[in-house]
Write a protein that binds this ligand. Structure first.
Ligand SMILES: C[S@@+](CC[C@H](N)C(=O)[O-])C[C@H]1O[C@@H](n2cnc3c(N)ncnc32)[C@H](O)[C@@H]1O
Length: 227
């Protein structure tokens, strides 16, 4: 995929820095990872499924998360199975030590594994939420009996289960910050490039937010020739 840069717009790191100044005890992030195959091209299935602009790994590293994190804090980072090593490195670069993970099992209505996902080696029916700690900070008392497994039905492309907020709130302390948020969540600070209020009102992600001039990276316009 060709990348078009609008150099007058702030980078994601600059945008986040300008909008969030306080420090947070808990952060949840669902990064817009870029998938590439061995030739360096975007994997076909991801190109087909791409519903939002993505960020290069370096741009994700550069987000000022360690500045936003309290000295003792928790990080929850969604990471696709194919990018586990990259996800672990993001946790490290953001100033956290990876301590555990939570497995999301995507199930059908009848409780069986929902095999509609993608995957080059296996058909993925799970996604991982990495758990990192900065300073010394054990989960809260209710969280210590929480199992690291969540089985819920899948919704729209890339949308994560709402149950994860309840789980995080029972295991970790506020103030809470969500990075790359798409839907509003009460009592959380949120950052991203979508209109969370409008999305929440309609119950689905409205794509108009991606025409926002604040976006530095945009999808290739239809009809352009990209090798
Ligand atoms: C994986 S999705 C988040 C999905 C969300 N957690 C949910 O459950 O619905 C990644 C989000 O990052 C946003 N995004 C992409 N590039 C961005 C940028 N440069 N700055 C801020 N947000 C960006 C996308 O528009 C998308 O909303």
């Amino acid at each position: 995929m060709q990348t078009i840069y609008n150099l007058s717009a702030p980078t994601a790191a600059e945008d986040l820095r300008s909008k969030m100044q306080e420090q947070f005890a808990t952060m949840l992030a669902d990064s817009p990872w870029q998938f590439q195959n061995r030739t360096g091209k975007m994997a076909t299935e991801h190109r087909r499924l791409l519903r939002y602009p993505t960020m290069e790994l370096e741009e994700i590293f550069e987000l000022p998360v360690s500045r936003l994190a309290a000295a003792r804090s928790h990080l929850y980072l969604w990471v696709p199975n194919a990018l586990l090593a990259e996800g672990m490195e993001v946790v490290r670069r953001w100033g956290f030590t990876c301590k555990s993970n939570i497995v999301w099992h995507k199930i059908r209505k009848d409780g069986g594994p929902d095999g509609h996902g993608v995957g080059f080696y296996f058909r993925n029916v799970t996604e991982l939420l990495l758990f990192g700690v900065r300073g010394s900070m054990r989960p809260l008392t209710p969280g210590r009996t929480q199992v690291n497994f969540l089985a819920t039905r899948k919704r729209e492309h890339s949308r994560k289960p709402d149950e994860i907020y309840d789980l995080i709130e029972s295991c970790s302390s506020g103030p809470f910050l969500e990075l790359f948020a798409r839907f509003a969540r009460h009592c959380w600070s949120q950052w991203g490039n979508e209109d969370v209020e409008a999305n929440s009102t309609h119950g689905v992600a409205l794509r108009t937010g991606h025409d926002n001039s604040q976006l530095r990276r945009m999808e290739t316009p239809k009809g352009s020739r990209v090798k």
